[in-house]
Design a protein around this ligand. Structure first.
Ligand code: 9WO
Length: 267
């Protein structure tokens, strides 16, 4: 087994549907990835199996109690084939990027903690969590889906998960750029034909066209991905030619940079 993941959560049934489909399902069935759920409710100390309580200091909602969570994390630690890294999924975490997925995919054992309610007792984070990660700036009803998002991203990177070696190779070739547009049969959908270059059989032309489209899309939609890197002379030339061919569209729009970017507030 390449990677064992223990998932600490109150709703293990949310895990099974996602864990049985597609590449992830295959990775688990083949034993390339291990995935086990651990329910804090099994570690509650009262007859009613309580896992939440009111926040000290008052305020709305409930907080996940420390002890059932610590119990479940402890059980996961014991089941792990090697000392695991413990990750708590929360909106307060550092943002997860593909680079972070790559880093975690190199581990042997990982324990993911999914919260519910208005959060978990902070002392669990201090005592048992190595790292806090967010998959994006939105509030959900729990951390199970973010945990499964991470598991899904991880399973694709395990050796043997993608039988299509070419997918991995093209992906790494496009490192840091958005994907080029893709087409399959039929040749015409309503009024829209497939771009002629893709039908011509000139593989060099196809390669240049795709690279140009990837560069143009990234320039227009995610200029932030380009500011943090230098384009090669070849990429620079393709992008310039592409912009020229498209009639020199305007500079990247400010809204493409997302809300609350310094300098564009109130625009
Ligand atoms: C809800 C809330 C309501 C009133 C006052 C404060 C409050 N905090 C929260 C809250 O943060 N709830 C979280 C729900 C607690 C941890 C699990 N939940 C969660 C995880 N929602 N969203 C995530 C998440 C995790 C990773 N990446 C993106 C979102």
């Amino acid at each position: 087994m390449n990677l064992w993941v223990g998932l600490v959560c109150l709703f293990p049934e949310m895990v099974s549907a996602i864990a049985s489909a597609g590449i992830l399902g295959r990775a688990i069935r083949r034993g390339e990835m291990g995935l086990e759920a651990f329910n804090p409710r099994d570690h509650a100390s009262d007859r009613r199996r309580t896992v939440d309580d009111r926040p000290y200091g008052g305020g709305p909602g409930m907080v996940m109690m420390a002890e059932p969570l610590l119990g479940a994390i402890g059980e996961a630690r014991q089941r792990a084939p090697s000392p695991p890294r413990v990750v708590y999924l929360s909106p307060q975490g550092a943002r997860l990027h593909q680079s972070g997925v790559e880093r975690l995919a190199r581990l042997r054992s990982l324990v993911l903690v999914a919260g519910r309610y208005e959060g978990i007792d902070e002392r669990v984070i201090e005592l048992a969590v190595d790292e806090e990660l967010s998959i994006g700036d939105y509030i959900l009803s729990g951390g199970e889906l973010p945990a499964m998002v991470l598991v899904d991203a991880l399973c694709r990177l395990l050796p043997g998960a993608l039988n299509n070696e070419e997918s991995i190779q093209t992906e790494s070739l496009l490192d840091g750029l958005l994907e080029y547009p893709q087409y399959t049969r039929p040749e015409r959908v309503g009024p829209l034909p497939v771009p002629a270059v893709l039908l011509g059989g000139d593989h060099g032309a196809v390669r240049r066209w795709r690279r140009t489209e990837a560069l143009l899309r990234t320039w227009r939609r995610r200029p932030d991905l380009l500011t943090s890197r230098t384009l090669s002379a070849a990429d620079s030339a393709l992008l310039k030619a592409g912009l020229l061919a498209a009639g020199l569209p305007p500079k990247p729009r400010a809204e493409a940079l997302g809300p609350n970017r310094a300098g564009i507030q109130g625009e």
